[in-house]
Write a protein of this length. Structure first.
Length: 139
């Protein structure tokens, strides 16, 4: 069994945004030489997410609006976590909703995704460097 590990890095200027990373994940699979197996893609930060959904800008705007309603950034005093001097309690909650990671099958060297499924990095407390782990196992 082969194992391959790669990190990709982001420095998102906005507080919240989504980045399509399917091509980067497929590139890592190509580099790994794995033809049949699994790929784990996860955010290595507690205020960011990796998720699968449609690559459609209207949906992404809907997500941003919905997440901000569920866990609004302001006023920051509404969150006990922010009593520590932080201002990102909402980002922790948004990450919890959107999830930490995805696992996708690799078949014949390709991501085995549904017709409209794509992989995204979700940032909820941007403006600093963060990373995503891509871990591939298989034959």
């Amino acid at each position: 069994m082969k194992s391959y590990r790669k990190e990709i890095f982001f420095n998102i200027a906005a507080r919240m945004d989504f980045v399509h990373i399917t091509p980067e994940v497929q590139q890592a699979i190509d580099e790994s030489g794995v033809r049949e197996g699994l790929v784990l893609v996860n955010s290595m930060h507690i205020t960011a997410s990796v998720f699968i959904n449609d690559n459609e800008s209207g949906l992404h705007q809907d997500y941003k609006k919905w997440l901000e309603k569920l866990a609004p950034h302001a006023p920051i005093e509404q969150y006990r976590h922010n009593d520590t001097g932080e201002d990102n309690a909402d980002a922790h909650m948004k990450r919890q909703i959107m999830g930490r990671e995805v696992v996708v099958a690799i078949t014949d060297g390709k991501l085995d995704l549904g017709t409209w499924e794509r992989i995204f990095y979700g940032e909820f407390d941007g403006r600093r460097r963060k990373r995503v782990l891509i871990k591939i196992i298989g034959e």
